[in-house]
Structure formats: C-alpha cells, structure tokens
Design a protein around this ligand. Structure first.
Ligand code: ADP
Ligand code: MG
Length: 285
C-alpha cells in the first residue's frame, strides 16, 4: 500500500501546478543529482520573432511567401514566427510533399518549386552552396533554398523566461548539476548557458544526440531528470530517471511520455518538484 504522505505530496505538487503521474516519482526526484534541460521552450519562451529578412537572388516578398507557405505546415515555434511575420500572405499558395527533417528543418514543394527552410545543417545535407559569411552569425537563422539554390535567410530571436535565472540558481542551491541540450547552434547555446550560469551546455544536437548525452550521464551513475517540451524530446524524457514535460507549450507526445508535468511551463517548478519530494519523504519516513 502507498503511505498516506505520498498522497499529501501529490496534492501539494498539484496545488503548485505540478502533476506527478505516480507517487514513486516523488521519491525519484529526491535522488536526482543532475537536471538536464532542453533550451527552447524550456528555459526560453519558445516564442520566436522574425528580426530581419535577407533576400539574395529572389524578391524579398516572394521569399517570405514561399517560406511562410512551407512553414505553415509545421508546428515548430520557428515556423509560427515566420507564419506570423508573413501576415497571411501565403494563404492562397499551393504546398505539397512537406517533410520535417528532425533537427534540420523542412522540405516541400511550394508553387511547383522545391523549397528548403532550416539551419545550415539542412543545406549541407542537400549539398547546397551558400554564402560562408552566414556561418559566423550569432543569431538563430533560418536559411532558405529554392530549387537547390540558396536564396536568403531570416534571423529570429527568442527570450529567456522570466524565472529562468531563479530556476537554475535554486537547482544549484539544492546541489544539483545543470546541463542544457539543444538543437540550436553552439554560439547561441553558449550565450544562454553563460547568462544563466548553467554548468554544461551542448548545442547542434540532433534528437538522437540528446538521447546519447543522457545515456552517457546515466552510465556515469548520475540520476537524471530531463525537462523538455518538444515532440523530439519524448525519447529522452522516456530515458531519464524522471521525465518532465512543460505542459502548456508541450506537444501531446511529450506530455503523454512524461512522469511529471509542469502545467504553467515555469522552469523554477523543477526545483519545487525536488523540494516537494523531500518534504514528502520526511513525512512518510
Ligand atoms: P530545439 O528545440 O532544441 O531547438 P529542434 O530539434 O526542435 O531542437 O530543432 C533544431 C533546429 O532545427 C532548430 O534550431 C532549427 O534550426 C531547425 N528547425 C527545426 N524545425 C524547423 C522549422 N520548421 N523551420 C526552420 N528550422 C527548423
Ligand atoms: Mg525543443
């Protein structure tokens, strides 16, 4: 039978907007020594905004329409930003054969043209030449190719969540190591990690690389909580000792797989989950 204290713990958590799917995870959280987090949507708002559009060998409005039409088929936060920026100018454009290429971006047919939208890895994958100067950009960029020719890029930006700093400092006060994993470029990942004083941060990761990183840490004997929001985070949430999903932004697959759901998406609730676990244990024992 489950000791009464555990019900108290689950209730306390739920009043704090944290859904524990089983009382055993209260216990697991007390043993966690390393919290691994996704960047986008977990520590940052995951609401991107287009800053600039640079068009090279194509009309700028045309570039926006073609890209927005393709991105309208994606649920990625980057896609939402580009669609919003286009102000619905893509609505009557025909789009077909859209494919999400995990960790890279999108490909599809727009008005009979083959359009690619994603990061530089995507262009490299397709062997498309581009202006080398864009490699040194520090912002997040979405590069576009039309009919296998690089034609321009969008710069986009995201912001830290209000409680991101507190979230990390509270974990450090509890003696927890913090690790950030991201599909975003290393330069941006480093900037965020430095701002938040995160212990270790890895960028340019494909979804399977996130799984490998968490497995490496587990092999070293660490007890891991992983926190993520995206559909690509489901495998790594499943692998972690405690898988935590951001409930508001999170995809259905992520929330389904998670052991713990943070309903209002505040990363400071990660430390709260650990503290609630510890309080509950004191009551039970
Ligand atoms: P993360 O959530 O850590 O950024 P993802 O795997 O969701 O990781 O995305 C990794 C990268 O792939 C993004 O940073 C972006 O460069 C690119 N990408 C993914 N989806 C899209 C999309 N719909 N449009 C443009 N780029 C995309
Ligand atoms: Mg993500």
């Amino acid at each position: 039978s489950i000791p009464l204290g555990y019900f108290g713990g689950i209730g306390l958590a739920s009043r704090n907007g944290i859904l524990f799917k089983g009382s055993n995870y209260l216990d697991v959280m007390t043993k966690v020594d390393t919290v691994v987090m996704d960047k986008t949507g977990t520590l940052t708002k995951g609401v991107f905004e287009v800053q600039e559009v640079i068009a090279h060998t194509i009309d700028k409005d045309k570039l926006v329409v073609l890209t927005a039409a393709l991105e309208s088929k994606s649920t990625h936060p980057i896609a939402h930003a580009i669609v919003r920026y286009s102000k619905d100018s893509y609505k009557s454009v025909s789009v077909s054969d859209v494919e999400e290429i995990a960790g890279h971006g999108l490909s599809g047919t727009v008005e009979g043209r083959k359009v690619l939208a994603g990061n530089l890895k995507l262009l490299k994958k397709y062997g498309i030449a581009y202006d080398k100067a864009i490699e040194s950009k520090v912002e997040t960029i979405v590069v576009i190719a039309v009919n296998d020719e690089y034609v321009g890029y969008f710069t986009i930006a995201d912001e830290l969540k209000e409680d991101a700093h507190v979230a990390i400092s509270r974990l450090h006060e509890l003696g927890i190591k913090t690790v950030m994993l991201s599909g975003d470029k290393q330069s941006i990942v480093d900037k965020v990690a430095q701002a938040l004083q995160i212990d270790a941060a890895y960028g340019d990761l494909l979804p399977e690389n996130k799984v490998e990183k968490v497995q490496e840490l587990k092999d070293k004997g660490r007890t891991i909580a992983f926190v993520g929001d995206g559909v690509n985070d489901a495998p790594v949430i499943a692998l972690a000792d405690a898988g935590i999903a951001m409930g508001g932004l999170g995809s259905d697959a992520t929330i389904e797989t998670a052991d713990i759901v943070i309903q209002n998406d505040q990363p400071s609730k990660i430390a709260s989950s650990i503290q609630i676990g510890k309080v509950t244990r004191r009551i039970v024992m």
